[in-house]
Design a protein around this ligand. Structure first.
Ligand code: CMC
Length: 432
């Protein structure tokens, strides 16, 4: 990053400021407002951080107008086609694709951290069976901060790396156990002879009663879904992880907070909401009714899986998933999947509609992912848990990047105060 220029601001009352402007490798130029308050006595006001770069990062780049997503400079479409999740995870964490030896070592190291402390199962057992898997994941991941408290110094790069491997390795076990607990089946332990996605499917669907063979086509499709969800720069959950981490808190606590942030329907919870919405629509002929609701300002209904803060074009992840949906459903012999048919028709009608065109609302990553996951036999309540599992790579990479950043400070925004001015305390008997 270079400081190439500056911006002069002048305003009423003789306000003058000269602020540096930075150029990143790609993307819009960034005005550095750190000295704004010192120079003018003013803060910036940006609810939802629509115009604020909260950090410098070299991990993921999004060109929302062009519909481009890069992990460490590589196009998401290319990674989805040519890479696999653990290789992509290595790339996201370390900045370069691994060579053969690095790849094998990374796979080995992740695989050999997949087991959970035996005591962790009692945390699951404390929950009601109908607990949402995301609630369990928040609790269990947060609890890992207790299991790995004494031996974790967040200032030590080696400790940080161990935490990173543990977190990525244990997430599939935690997510699969959340599911097993909800259906009253025994927990299935991880198997070191299986790949990352394979192992997750095995822990989800195997029982101790008989041998369970993972369909390689499904494992590949799930691995691709993991790649597509692995990172997405400074979204709500990643910003949450950074904010929690900026206080020096345990990374397990930061990831638990990230999972909580991801859960909402405006973020990762949208994949579950899309499938529920498609269920509610039910038939193609009811699409206009739901589109009309989505456009009605007085109706809180939104087209789930549509629109994005950054993409003002087709989300490239949605494009890969749309194609993947066709392939997976064909492999599973579900050529006529009613939900996929409704989703495609909904997309077609919405993209031709003036309301969606004007606002540049396109399908996002969540629009097609749920249909694939459902076809694979994964229950709706697990969709966001799967998103969290994959995003853990991005969260850990962003946390590590933040911990190394010499400009890193505790995250502490200011506010535009609109409450009462200072006033004297009113005794009870004098209150109206
Ligand atoms: N359906 C109908 N109208 C919409 C939608 C939608 N899905 N999304 C945005 N709009 C309208 C919105 O009403 C507003 O219209 P107007 O200018 O007339 O007031 C305009 O488009 C801009 O919307 P916004 O809420 O200001 O945009 P935002 O950047 O704050 O919100 C979003 C982005 C993703 C929260 C929003 O598009 C949304 O709620 N989408 C549905 C939920 C969803 O699919 N979320 C997943 C996002 S991608 C994966 C992830 O982040 O995890």
């Amino acid at each position: 990053m270079s400081e190439t220029n500056s911006v002069r601001l002048s305003g009423p009352g003789g306000i003058e400021a000269e602020l540096p402007v930075h150029d990143g490798t790609l993307g819009p130029r960034v005005m550095d407002v750190r000295r704004l308050y010192a120079q003018t006595g003013m803060f910036t006001y940006d609810p939802g951080f629509t115009s604020t770069a909260s950090c410098r990062s070299g991990i993921t780049y999004i060109d929302g107008d062009a519909g481009i997503l890069l992990y460490r400079g590589y196009r998401i479409e290319e990674l989805a086609e040519k890479s696999d999740f653990l290789e992509t995870a290595y790339l996201i964490l370390f900045g370069e694709l691994p060579n053969g030896a690095q790849r094998l070592k990374f796979i080995h190291d992740i695989t050999y951290h997949t087991m959970l402390h035996e005591q962790v199962q009692f945390l699951f057992r404390g929950f009601r069976r109908d607990a949402h898997p995301m609630a369990l994941m928040i609790a269990v991941v947060g609890a890992l901060s207790a299991f790995y408290h004494e031996d974790l110094d967040v200032e030590d790069p080696h400790h940080r790396m161990i935490a990173t491997y543990r977190m990525i390795a244990k997430m599939p076990t935690i997510a699969a156990w959340a599911y097993k607990y909800s259906i009253g089946q025994p927990f299935v332990y991880p198997r070191n002879d299986l790949g990352y996605a394979e192992n997750f499917i095995h822990m989800m669907f195997a029982t101790p009663c008989e041998e369970y063979r993972v369909d390689p086509v499904l494992a590949k499709a799930l691995d691709r879904i993991f790649i597509l969800h692995a990172d997405h720069e400074q979204n709500a959950s990643t910003s949450t992880v950074r904010l929690v981490g900026s206080t020096g808190a345990s990374p397990y606590a930061a990831i638990a907070a990230g999972i909580a942030s991801l859960w909402g329907p405006a973020h990762g919870g949208a994949n579950e909401a899309v499938v529920l919405m498609l269920d509610e629509i039910g038939t193609v002929d009811r699409i206009p009714e739901f589109l009309a609701r989505a456009k009605d300002r007085n109706d809180p209904f939104r087209l789930m899986g549509f629109g994005h803060r950054v993409y003002k074009n087709y989300d490239p992840r949605a494009a890969v998933l749309k194609q993947s949906a066709d392939q997976v459903l064909a492999t599973l012999g579900q050529k006529h999947n009613p939900k996929l048919e409704i989703a495609k028709e909904l997309e077609k009608i919405a993209l031709e509609d003036e309301y969606f065109q004007e606002r540049k609302l396109f399908p996002n990553v969540d629009f097609y992912s749920g249909i694939i996951l459902e076809a694979m036999g994964i229950p709706t309540k697990m969709f966001t848990a799967i998103f969290a599992l994959a995003r853990t790579v991005g969260w850990m990479a962003q946390w590590n990047e933040m911990m190394l950043d010499p400009e890193q400070k505790i995250g502490r925004p200011r506010q535009l105060y609109v409450g009462p001015g200072e006033r004297p305390f009113v005794p009870l008997e004098e209150r109206p």
